[in-house]
Write a protein that binds this ligand. Structure first.
Ligand code: ATP
Ligand code: MG
Ligand code: MG
Length: 559
């Protein structure tokens, strides 16, 4: 039986978090920095934050944490929202930390007035020394900490009005340097950055830090449970400290373990290198684990959510092999997509005594509700080159001269009688066969397509890296690239049932495809019998269909 889709909220970490604060309505947020494309790890954060709110009948904000003007680009904003919707979630509201720049500024002045913040002019080295230096010596404050409220206000306004260059001044919170937690050692609240911001233009030359912004924005939005990853455990005290100084509503921050996938790289810098140096086509290349790539590859969003749910949520990091992700996808596809016959490397077989008949083929022997489709069995059919051998042997059970093999759903098995070869290439160009009406149960059935079938390009992807730990490779991850991560079959043939699969996609309607996922080429998914699971690639046009392998049919299958 399939796992309860809400299991991760009903027991364990997330159930405990709710029990700690069992309020209604629950309000959460997913707060990406719009500085890159989301990856598989972010899918966990989306499932946790949006899912937690939905499970408790509450709301989740999509908040762009856009306080660093240096790295933000419009295309990321668009792609992030699309991926949230593709995964099947609807933001309650879409907000921007930058919407609050004025409010945050006013609160910073208030913090100064409360004698809880000061403008500091120390450099990195001086700050390091104040924090005890490398040998963890005594901690102390600089003279700036003793400035009057008036001086600090004037200096802060000076920062705002262009009196200082970047790094010449910053606003520091006056916290508790005696605390053992470095997050209490007078953190920066504001810094000077002479960069225009994509939303506020050049209205500001000072920008608030994460530590100043995040907790306050959580409070402004009435967040009840602020769920983040465990790198922020130490930040919980500064989060609570600042909110207590300045605001009424107190959100509760709790931390869960990150999701990492081995056998690939997720860092922006590394993926950028792979793209720029031509190891992959683009950021959405199906061999990558950005969400746009996973989508393009044809992985259903429901399978991703099932994966996160299966792993469960705890405070420990989840470090997972790619093959485990593939397993979940495979299981998901097994119960949701139709089957078709696809021949990657076709060779014609002329069946000398065959007559054209129509056969009725179920879309899935396992799911009768999917119905069936008609297919012409023609006198010439195409089979895959790998299913024929020029010389037979005892331990071989597919087609060879004088050997019988079954054709899936065909009237009779066939027996090869002869074949032709191209002398120049040494390749078999045609096989001649007859029906074998004596053999009732052939050992093996192979797939075939009739003449007149549609030619398609098939891209078979394999792991982009050779090892589980590309980063540990001598000389760096680029030295671990698998040179055979993509095989292209330019002249594959797909049976005509594909047209119906395409028209009816996504299959089945009950599979829980999100609204956004319904229109995409990648929602045209099927099992290519005896080959792999496939989806239509976005390079497809009206004239030419391109297919991507989603996953193999069995674990450790070659292709
Ligand atoms: P990266 O450096 O990989 O881009 P990030 O932490 O900078 O990650 P953000 O854009 O700040 O990414 O992420 C938005 C949210 O997603 C944050 O709450 C963050 O904790 C969460 N998140 C990011 N990576 C993961 C991961 N691997 N597993 C779970 N949650 C993650
Ligand atoms: Mg971040
Ligand atoms: Mg990031």
């Amino acid at each position: 039986p399939a796992l309860d889709p809400e299991a991760m909220f009903k027991q364990g970490f997330l159930a405990d978090v709710y029990q700690e604060r069992p309020v209604k309505p629950v309000v959460t947020r997913f707060p990406p920095e719009p500085n890159g494309f989301l990856h598989i790890g972010h899918a966990k954060a989306i499932a946790v934050n949006f899912g937690f709110a939905r499970h408790h009948g509450g709301e989740c904000y999509l908040r762009y944490d856009d306080t660093n003007p240096e790295a933000e680009e419009e295309k990321y904003f668009v792609a992030i929202e699309q991926m949230v919707r593709w995964l099947g979630f609807s933001p309650y509201k879409i907000t921007y930390s930058s919407d609050n720049f004025q409010k945050l500024y006013d609160l910073a002045e208030k913090l100064i007035e409360l004698e809880r913040a000061y403008v500091c002019h120390c450099n990195d080295e001086e700050i390091k020394a104040q924090r005890g230096g490398e040998n963890h010596g005594p901690r102390f404050r600089c003279a700036h900490a003793d400035q009057s409220v008036e001086t600090n206000l004037a200096e802060f306004r000076g920062m705002r009005d262009g009196k200082y260059k970047p790094r010449e001044a910053f606003l520091r919170m006056k916290m508790d340097i005696t605390d053992g937690n470095p997050q209490m050692w007078d953190l920066a609240a504001y810094r000077v950055l002479e960069k225009p911001h994509h939303r506020t233009g050049d209205a500001w030359r000072i920008y608030p830090t994460y530590d100043f912004t995040h907790c306050l924005c959580d409070s402004f939005e009435g967040i009840t449970h602020s769920l983040c990853t465990t790198e922020f455990i130490q930040s919980r005290v500064s989060y609570e400290w600042l909110n207590k100084q300045l605001v009424e509503h107190q959100p509760m921050q709790r931390e869960y373990g990150r999701l990492s996938i081995t056998g690939t790289v997720l860092s922006k810098r590394k993926i950028m290198k792979l793209v720029n140096e031509g190891f992959v086509r683009a950021w959405d290349d199906p061999r990558l684990y950005t969400l746009i790539a996973i989508k393009r590859r044809g992985v259903p969003p429901g399978a991703i959510l099932e994966f996160v749910n299966e792993l469960g949520v705890t405070t420990a990091p989840s470090i997972i092999q790619l093959k485990r992700f593939d397993q979940t996808i495979r299981r998901y596809l097994e119960r949701t997509v139709p089957r078709l016959m696809l021949v990657l490397d076709p060779v014609p077989v002329v069946i000398e005594d065959a007559e054209e008949v129509e056969v009725d083929i179920p879309f899935s022997p396992k799911i009768p509700a999917m119905g069936s489709h008609k297919l012409k069995f023609t006198r010439t059919v195409y089979i895959d080159r790998s299913d024929f051998r020029e010389v037979d042997s005892k331990d071989y059970f597919r087609l060879a001269p004088n050997k019988t093999v079954g054709l899936l759903q065909a009237p009779y098995p066939i027996k090869a009688v002869s074949f032709n070869k191209d002398e120049a290439t040494g390749k078999v160009t045609e096989i001649r066969a007859v029906f074998d009406k004596e053999t009732k149960k052939p050992k093996t059935f192979i797939q075939w397509v009739p003449s007149g079938s549609r030619a398609v390009e098939v891209r078979i992807h394999d792991s982009l890296f050779k090892s589980e730990k590309p980063d540990d490779a001598e000389g760096g991850f680029l030295n671990d690239i698998n040179p055979n991560s993509e095989t292209i079959y330019p002249n594959a043939l797909i049976e005509s049932g594909f047209d119906e699969v395409k028209r009816r996609a996504p299959w089945p309607e009950a599979a829980g495809e999100s609204e956004l996922g319904k229109g995409g080429p990648e929602s045209v998914r099927f099992q290519g019998m005896r080959v792999a699971y496939f989806a239509m690639d976005s390079d497809s046009t009206d004239d030419k269909v391109v297919l991507n392998k989603i996953v193999t049919l069995k674990e450790d299958a070659g292709k």
